[in-house]
Design a protein around this ligand. Structure first.
Ligand code: PEP
Length: 263
């Protein structure tokens, strides 16, 4: 069976609730989603009520994601948000282990594993980010880093929950304004490694977990990543923060993947 194509964006700490809702509304009028493709949008926490309300009211097929969550159900964790709180809003997906959470907020692999376990216990979809730093790449241990992030991040998960998992390979050196775009030749071996590591742990079902690429993707380079045999989708930051930008990167991707434009 052909693997599904996933495409989405993370707004990071940008956009008010009204701006995020306007984005989703405009997106609905701007794209026709082909069968076999799944879109997602990950706004900041404060936008989630407005965006999930709108998605519910309009029967939107776009998954709405949260950028993070705590592993505990409740407790003395000032500033944190639980899985139950996200579910009460109707969130479809939670992003875990983004490089900015790991780097700027010191999240360990162990923390991320706790979060993955909780999300799966709750039945929430997870987009798990993995990727090596520039130094790890320079010392040729990028593969070890990604394998470690996967082995710890997915430790003890119930194989029955695998259909809830998608993984984004996001090399730290390629994301954000200071990032250097990766080349498809950099990405394919890492995507294959991800598939191998998850496959070794979970068998065939592990090999089928969708693997996305993220890091300085834009309309000009998207097709090169989409064409890779082990890439199932794209996770886009800056280039998809406007509806026009989202649309043009998506269009380039769908032309490559489905041989047709979004209309
Ligand atoms: C990201 O930070 O996850 C990301 C993909 O950002 P950008 O596309 O802006 O490099």
């Amino acid at each position: 069976m052909a693997r599904r194509f996933l495409f989405g964006t993370n707004f990071k700490m940008n956009q008010t609730p009204a701006e995020s809702a306007a984005f989703l509304e405009a997106l609905a009028g701007a794209v026709v989603i082909p069968d076999g493709a799944q879109l997602f949008v990950i706004p900041p926490f404060t936008s989630l009520p407005a965006v999930t309300d709108l998605a519910g009211a309009t029967n939107s097929p776009v998954w709405i994601g949260a950028q993070n969550m705590h592993w505990a159900d409740a407790g003395a964790y000032t500033g944190e948000i639980s899985a139950a709180m996200l579910q009460a809003l109707g969130v479809d997906l939670v992003l875990l282990g983004h490089a900015e959470r790991r780097g700027l907020f010191h999240e360990s692999d162990r923390d991320i594993n706790r979060k993955v376990l909780t999300a799966f216990e709750r039945g929430l979809r997870v987009l798990l980010c993995v990727g090596e730093t520039a130094d790890e790449r320079a010392f040729d241990v990028g593969g070890e880093t990604v394998a470690r992030q996967l082995k710890i991040g997915l430790h003890d998960i119930d194989p029955a929950r695998l259909p809830l998992l998608q993984i984004a390979y996001e090399p730290v050196w390629s994301i954000g304004a200071a990032g250097v775009p990766a080349r498809p030749d950099d990405v394919e071996p890492m995507a294959r490694l991800i598939r191998d590591v998850v496959g070794e742990r979970f068998g065939e079902a592990g090999r089928d977990v969708p693997v996305l690429y993220g890091g300085s993707v834009d309309a000009a380079n998207a097709a090169g990543f989409v064409a890779l045999p082990d890439i199932d989708g794209l996770f886009v930051g800056r280039a998809a923060w406007t509806v026009d930008g989202f649309r043009s990167v998506l269009d380039a991707s769908l032309r490559e993947r489905f041989g047709r434009s979004i209309g």
